[in-house]
Design a protein around this ligand. Structure first.
Ligand code: ADP
Ligand code: MG
Length: 704
């Protein structure tokens, strides 16, 4: 074919790749565009930023004898036989051999001319996945080429990028579209990182980086590219993390630009609140209360994260914040992730506020009919001052008369989308509700700075006095009888115990069944003990009745599913047995264990496991046995599971990261924060452009 003259297509002149639809690429029609739209690709810019998730080295030929099942490789061999097989499905088979073994290429769709070219004695080069066939290894519909001469490997080919795909769009198409987009628009992609930053970080320009990752040169450092640590990839990862960080900063700025009710805190109700408690607040509780009250005094919406280890006394702090708001004749709402915890808060707050003449209401998804209408009515008229509930609080048009504060307890249990949905609740166009979110899952500092940049953070860094660390032992399930004996001794001494039966990755029904069976077995083994059972399938009334009997000491041993995981507070309970401990995560075990050690008795936690233990499970159990420090446990958790899991955002899509990987790239975070500040101050225009390039408004932050 004669070389075509180098024409510049008319479309090349088009500038903004973000405004250019994918259909300008030759061969991309409406149908393909619709498929691309499914994975969020609309414009040429989207194609440029649809980055390879990995690479394949097609320059290396694998001897057939050494090819492993399931791997994608290049093989080269001489055609020994070509023929059509008439089985369940007609297929064209072409067997090759390279002296180390034979392999069959199988095509279900083929033309006569394809068949004609696969002549015995010619060379076939295939790239595809190795599968097991009836006679030889097989490749089904590989990418292939036929030649008369033995094909020489084209070393200039470099690595082949593999893109995140969608049904109906092949890798070949994605590669071609990426190349076309580079050709079409690379010169028009805006560099949004200032030159000074690029050179300070030693990063290539955006254009160089994009070109490099889509078309790695033949001398590229293969290992670095595969690992995602090439400077070109790191530059893109950095820019992506920066964009997410900036979107949160922007959200914070926009929130701060809005108004909120300024509360005064010199009306005396707070003194009454503190006076009614039977303990003085710790120094740490006083400190965080002061920070919160300081926020509430200002006419700017508070959005504060209160972190404090399990048992550090966050509820009282929430109580103080609520008191301040009530004293200013505003309402408050407290939201908990489980019914059980919400019920407990309801009791606690009722006790606190009963003596302060404030009315506490209760709302969960189980409150229905007339009762629900009544509560909703009372919220609307302001008759209820504080309402406690589950996420049902913020569904189905619950209206407040004058909501001044929302408290979200154990916020790691709520998805980010729920956190976002909350922001508008109780807010009017000119006035935003203050928010306090609480968590026992400490977030490592760099992560918090980068990904909670829209929040202020307060930490409770000491436990109430007199607490002794929970002593933790790890035992095999074959020693369960000894554990039962231990429970018997403890309960005879007037102590109370939990026996937790979690089943992981299975249905709640199975968990309930396991707990029910365990209760029966324990009742038989320990006839003199008063044993109760709680699980998630019980109706609220009987469930609350059992909890009440446990709280008041009428039940010695509470057999439970993981419904008791968060928040439950019964200080006299000092022994906890956890079944299947090897299958639970560190954070969850720490939370569960936090149910004991709340009183002054030496508490004990027994972790029962079933061997064999994998290396991670072993580390988890050992970590828990050796430390009770929530921060240390969170650090270990981060190491074992990675930040996405720890932040609990993998599912909720806070960080829909395309190229950055928080585990691999967490070293970039301090810089992200630093450059983020600089950019926001000096180059606000770039900030917006970066956010729309990488984040869009899908996180809902930008327009909050
Ligand atoms: P968490 O931070 O896990 O939510 P809670 O608020 O449930 O902790 O408090 C744990 C227990 O500690 C509760 O029984 C609470 O009454 C008690 N507590 C809280 N603050 C203090 C304090 N300053 N002195 C003594 N006990 C306290
Ligand atoms: Mg709590």
């Amino acid at each position: 074919m004669p070389a075509r003259p180098p024409v510049t297509p008319a479309s090349r002149v088009q500038l903004d790749p973000a405004a250019t639809p994918v259909t300008v690429i030759k061969g991309v029609g409406r149908q393909l565009a619709a498929k691309l739209a499914r994975i969020g690709i609309h414009s040429i810019q989207d194609l440029l930023f649809h980055l390879p998730s990995r690479y394949q080295d097609r320059t290396r030929v694998t001897p057939i004898g050494a090819a492993r099942l399931g791997t994608e490789v290049v093989v080269v061999g001489r055609i020994e036989h070509t023929g059509i097989a008439f089985g369940r499905r007609r297929s064209l088979l072409c067997r090759i051999s390279d002296g180390t073994g034979s392999l069959t290429m199988r095509l279900f769709h083929f033309s006569a001319s394809q068949q004609e070219r696969l002549v015995q004695g010619r060379w076939l080069r295939c790239f595809g996945e190795i599968r097991r066939g009836p006679v030889t290894l097989e490749m089904v519909h590989p990418e292939y080429g036929v030649s008369v001469e033995k094909p020489t490997v084209d070393a200039s080919e470099g690595l082949t990028p593999i893109y995140p795909a969608t049904e109906g769009v092949g890798q070949g198409q994605l590669r071609r579209m990426a190349r076309e987009s580079l050709h079409h628009s690379l010169d028009c992609v805006a560099e949004l990182l200032p030159e000074t930053i690029l050179s300070a970080l030693n990063y290539p320009t955006l254009r160089t980086a994009l070109d490099y990752v889509h078309r790695p040169p033949s001398d590229a450092d293969t290992e670095r590219l595969q690992a995602g640590t090439d400077p070109a990839q790191q530059r893109l990862a950095f820019e992506e993390l920066l964009a997410h960080h900036l979107s949160l900063r922007l959200a914070r700025q926009q929130r701060r630009a809005r108004r909120a009710a300024a509360m005064s805190d010199d009306n005396g109700l707070l003194d009454a609140f503190w006076g009614a408690l039977n303990f003085p607040p710790t120094r740490a509780q006083q400190k965080v209360c002061a920070e919160i009250l300081e926020d509430l005094r200002r006419p700017v919406p508070m959005l504060r994260l209160l972190q404090g280890d399990v048992g550090s006394g966050k509820t009282v702090v929430a109580g103080a914040a609520v008191t301040c708001v009530l004293d200013n004749r505003y309402q408050a709402a407290v939201m908990a992730p489980t019914e059980l915890l919400a019920e407990q808060h309801y009791r606690t707050f009722s006790r606190w506020f009963g003596s302060l003449d404030a009315k506490v209401g209760w709302l969960s998804s189980r409150v229905s009919g007339r009762q629900r209408r009544q509560v909703m009515g009372a919220l609307g008229t302001g008759e209820i001052h504080v309402v406690i509930g589950t996420h049902a609080l913020f569904q189905q048009g619950v209206e407040f008369q004058r909501l001044g504060l929302i408290v979200v307890d154990e916020q790691h249990r709520f998805g980010v989308d729920q956190r976002l949905a909350l922001r508008d609740k109780g807010s009017t166009s000119d006035c935003v509700t203050h928010q306090l979110v609480m968590t026992a899952t400490p977030i490592p500092r760099t992560l918090a700075m980068t990904f909670y940049a829209d929040l202020d953070v307060s930490s409770i860094d000491e436990l109430p006095p007199g607490r002794q660390p929970v002593e933790t032992v790890v035992v095999r399930e074959t020693r369960r009888a000894e554990v039962v004996a231990r429970v018997q001794v403890a309960c005879r001494q007037g102590r109370q115990a939990y026996w937790v039966c979690p089943i992981i990755d299975e249905s709640e029904a199975l968990e309930v069944q396991a707990a029910t069976e365990m209760e029966a077995a324990l009742t038989q083994a320990l006839p003199e003990l008063r044993i109760g059972l709680v699980h998630g399938r019980m109706k609220p009334k009987p469930k609350e009745a059992v909890m009440e009997r446990f709280r008041s000491g009428e039940v010695d041993l509470l057999v439970a599913t993981t419904v008791i995981e968060v928040g439950v507070d019964v200080p006299n309970a000092s022994l906890m047995v956890i079944e299947n401990a090897e299958r639970l995560g560190l954070a969850q075990l720490h939370q569960l264990r936090g149910r004991v050690g709340r009183g002054s008795d030496q508490a004990c936690c027994v972790l029962i496991y079933r061997p064999p233990l994998g290396p991670h499970a072993k580390t988890r159990l050992a970590t828990l046995r050796d430390t009770t420090d929530g921060f240390e446990i969170a650090r270990k958790d981060l190491e074992l599971r990675g930040p996405g899991e720890v932040l609990g955002t993998r599912q909720t899509g806070l960080m829909n990261l395309v190229i950055a990987d928080l585990v691999r790239d967490h070293g970039l975070l301090p810089r992200v924060e630093e450059i983020g500040r600089l950019l926001a101050n000096k180059h606000p225009g770039n900030t917006k452009a970066l956010i729309s390039r990488w984040v869009g408004d899908s996180e809902g932050y930008v327009n909050v």
